[in-house]
Write a protein that binds this ligand. Structure first.
Ligand SMILES: CCC/C=C/C(=O)SCCNC(=O)CCNC(=O)[C@H](O)C(C)(C)COP(=O)([O-])OP(=O)([O-])OC[C@H]1O[C@@H](n2cnc3c(N)ncnc32)[C@H](O)[C@@H]1OP(=O)([O-])[O-]
Ligand SMILES: Cc1cc2nc3c(=O)[nH]c(=O)nc-3n(C[C@H](O)[C@H](O)[C@H](O)COP(=O)(O)OP(=O)(O)OC[C@H]3O[C@@H](n4cnc5c(N)ncnc54)[C@H](O)[C@@H]3O)c2cc1C
Length: 670
């Protein structure tokens, strides 16, 4: 990044760093070559006049955002083709820079439609659809959620009834609540979609299955007969994406359009069930596994913005007549921002782990070995929920830490927030996902009680709970991990005990589940938190990190662990695991860690290696020239392009001069 024009405050911050930023940046991305390649690809976007001439996203109406989103996405796609980039990670680096936090109207096509064909279609189906989809003749999405049901997939109402006479499925939306509602890129962009519908054949229902459905003409994009489709209207964010509704009026599609890799309907209507019904949920598991990194990136970017800004912003003389300190020197600012910085590192590392696990398990599934599916489901569902919640709440804190300017779109923070926060809902509502993880933990608990060996990341379950913490003034990483293990093990047991006592008291299984669900949620959250702490501790043992970097990252990791305990103290203290004295160690350690991290705070956010174009923020600029940038942003606002705004003639003039009238005044007289 260019050192030109960097403000003295930021230049001094960088010169104080005690570790090599490049060493940490290489580690976080996975090596020097990858970092170089990322920078190369992102520089292409940064230099490209096409992106430079785009109007600021924040000054666009929703329709303009969609228009801009589509034109950018198509341009990006063509550029990727021109550059011969097929690797998903490389394409991501380029896209991340070219259209940062602008949810692409083609996003569902490459994130869900293509992967679903790849994973759920037969070789013949792939041969037919993939060339068309890869070349954007077929543009598709994933249409599962309905007006009435999102979470409960088995409750979906869209039907696909097989007619052996014509060898067709009849797709139908029998009720208002059966209309598909929310799928991205559906309202105006897609001409196809994978539709999740209840399969009926030979008079029997077989649950939700996937069907390839053409909804628009590939010649002129007109909506095909038997289909009603449109956008769902404005949302909290996602202006670039045409999330849509869709319904079918007894639409007939060929039998071959059922995605038949795992389950089949023969010509005569005979149903062949899959090896495991949950294989049909594979696309959701893929996306959940990648959302953890998405959320972590959003939080990391918010930390870059708020920490750089806090190093530039000065406020309130420390003593009468004294210099105004950088707001980053206020302990309360550090208390809000440094734990989030630590959390951003932890979640990025967790994101890497879960995605690699997805790839490994997926490899096994491809070979027909489904043994690890439950673990992957529990890990990806829980971490998706934990990470999106932590990141969304954290981004909002970062925004508030920027004072008034944080509220401006110029800060870039609102755009990041509205892009990350729907991750709490899509691909499985967070509480529901936590409860899926809890379901797995309950099974593990009963297996542990029967003396069975558990897989690696749940081996702590069922451990002896009559222990005391080994925590001393020094706050060793090992003692932190032990504390998180104890808390998770205790909460898993408490949830299991509660379930058991409700059942023994005469409640039915589902009543006992609901009556224990708050405790089950706590247990799952504690489990995910433990995972993040332990994974962080393990990750910083990497050989590629220099000793100076390890020293700094050890402090960051300690802060992550210590802060998490202090924020959830009741759960760690309820059974007397920690003494009051030990809590004192932790409190003092947290404050000491703030001082420890302070000289490296800017270097630590630099190591995330986000160019200004990704941040899209006047406050988070690498050069720290925030005031000029804010002023330029204000000057560029469309409302500043005329001296007198048209509303003066419509409304103000008649108010100031009552001889003239306006619509509003007329209305008031009535
Ligand atoms: C880019 C953004 C675009 C957004 C796109 C979208 O949002 S698209 C829309 C996204 N929409 C959503 O994400 C909707 C969220 N909803 C769901 O995913 C499901 O309805 C559910 C998981 C909540 C329940 O499912 P259910 O009622 O069918 O199941 P059940 O509770 O009866 O449990 C039966 C057993 O199955 C197990 N099992 C479940 N899933 C998996 C799996 N993937 N793998 C392996 N296993 C799995 C479960 O643990 C249990 O095991 P046990 O204990 O018996 O051994
Ligand atoms: C931006 C965005 C993009 C989306 N894109 C797509 C897409 O491309 N394709 C698609 O098919 N869908 C998409 N969706 C829909 C999304 O997947 C669903 O909204 C999501 O799965 C949640 O389902 P729901 O809306 O039915 O929530 P609900 O299930 O109605 O949740 C409402 C509340 O009820 C609670 N609740 C529900 N069930 C339980 C339970 N069993 N136990 C305890 N509490 C429960 C939840 O915790 C929540 O608090 C998108 C949604 C958004 C916001």
């Amino acid at each position: 990044m260019s050192q030109e024009n960097v403000t003295p405050d930021l230049a001094r911050e960088r010169s104080k760093a005690t570790f090599d930023v490049e060493n940490l940046a290489e580690f976080m991305i996975g090596g020097r070559d990858r970092l170089k390649r990322k920078r190369f690809l992102q520089n292409i976007a940064i230099q490209d006049p096409f992106f430079k001439k785009q109007k600021s996203w924040s000054f666009c109406s929703v329709e303009e955002q969609y228009d801009m989103g589509l034109s950018k996405s198509i341009y990006i796609q063509k550029k990727l083709q021109e550059m011969g980039i097929t690797d998903m990670q490389e394409a991501f680096y380029y896209r991340e820079c070219a259209a940062a936090h602008e949810n692409s109207p083609l996003g569902l096509h490459y994130a869900m439609f293509l992967p679903t064909i790849n994973k759920q279609a037969t070789p013949e189906q792939k041969k037919k659809w993939l060339p068309l989809a890869e070349n954007y003749k077929m543009i598709g999405t994933y249409a599962q959620t309905e007006l009435g049901h999102g979470t409960f997939i088995r409750g979906l109402e869209t039907t696909a009834t097989y007619d052996p006479k014509t060898k067709e499925f009849i797709l139908d939306s029998p009720t208002l609540t059966s209309k598909k509602y929310w799928p991205g890129c559906l309202g105006k962009t897609s001409n196809h979609c994978v539709v999740m519908a209840q399969l009926y054949t030979q008079g029997k229902s077989h649950g939700p299955h996937m069907f390839m459905v053409q909804i628009r003409s590939m010649e002129d994009h007109s909506v095909l007969p038997g289909i009603e489709v449109g956008v769902i209207g404005n949302k909290f964010g996602y202006g670039t994406n045409d999330n849509g509704f869709l319904s079918f009026d007894k639409l007939r599609i060929p039998r071959e359009n059922m995605l038949m890799r795992y389950s089949q309907v023969h010509e005569d209507g005979t149903y062949v069930k899959p090896q495991n019904a949950k294989l049909a949920y594979g696309s959701m598991v893929l996306i959940r596994s990648s959302i953890v990194s998405d959320a972590a990136r959003g939080l990391a970017q918010a930390c870059v913005i708020s920490i750089r800004y806090s190093a530039v912003r000065r406020q309130t003389e420390a003593y009468p007549g004294g210099e105004e300190p950088q707001i980053l020197d206020y302990q309360t600012q550090q208390y809000r921002l440094f734990p989030l910085l630590a959390s951003a590192y932890s979640l990025q590392l967790a994101g890497k782990y879960v995605f690699n696990t997805y790839l490994e398990v997926n490899d096994q599934i491809e070979k027909g070995n489904l043994e690890s599916m439950p673990e992957l489901h529990a890990l990806s569902a829980g971490l998706k929920a934990f990470s999106t919640y932590e990141a969304s709440a954290g981004i909002e804190v970062c925004r508030i830490c920027c004072g008034g300017h944080g509220y401006s779109q110029a800060s870039g923070l609102p755009k990041i927030y509205v892009d990350v926060v729907p991750g709490c809902t899509y691909e499985g509502e967070n509480t529901v996902m936590m409860l899926q993880t809890a379901r797995y933990l309950m099974k593990c608990y009963s297996r542990a009680k029967q003396g069975q060996k558990l897989p690696g990341f749940v081996q702590y379950i069922g451990q002896n709970l009559n222990k005391k913490s080994c925590m001393s003034e020094e706050v060793a990483l090992g003692c932190l991990v032990m504390a998180y293990e104890h808390r998770a093990a205790r909460l898993v047991e408490a949830a299991a005990m509660r379930m058991q006592s409700l059942i023994q008291g005469g409640k039915k299984q589902h009543e006992a589940w609901n009556g224990s669900s708050v405790q089950l949620f706590w247990a799952a959250k504690a489990h995910c938190h433990l995972f993040c702490v332990k994974n962080f501790v393990d990750a910083i043992q990497a050989k590629s990190l220099s000793s100076k970097t390890v020293t700094v990252m050890k402090s960051v990791c300690q802060l992550y662990g210590v802060h998490g305990i202090l924020e959830n103290l009741g759960e760690f203290m309820q059974d007397g695991f920690f003494s009051g004295e030990q809590v004192g160690y932790l409190q003092r350690k947290m404050l000491a860690l703030f001082e420890n991290i302070r000289p490296n705070a800017v270097a630590l956010v630099d190591a995330f290696d986000y160019p200004d174009m990704v941040l899209g923020s006047c406050l988070g600029r690498y050069d720290g020239q925030v005031y000029q940038a804010l002023y330029d942003y204000a000057k560029s606002a469309p409302m500043n392009q005329t001296e007198i705004h048209s509303t003066y003639y419509k409304h103000l003039k008649p108010l100031i001069n009552p001889e003239t009238t306006s619509d509003a005044m007329q209305f008031a007289k009535l």
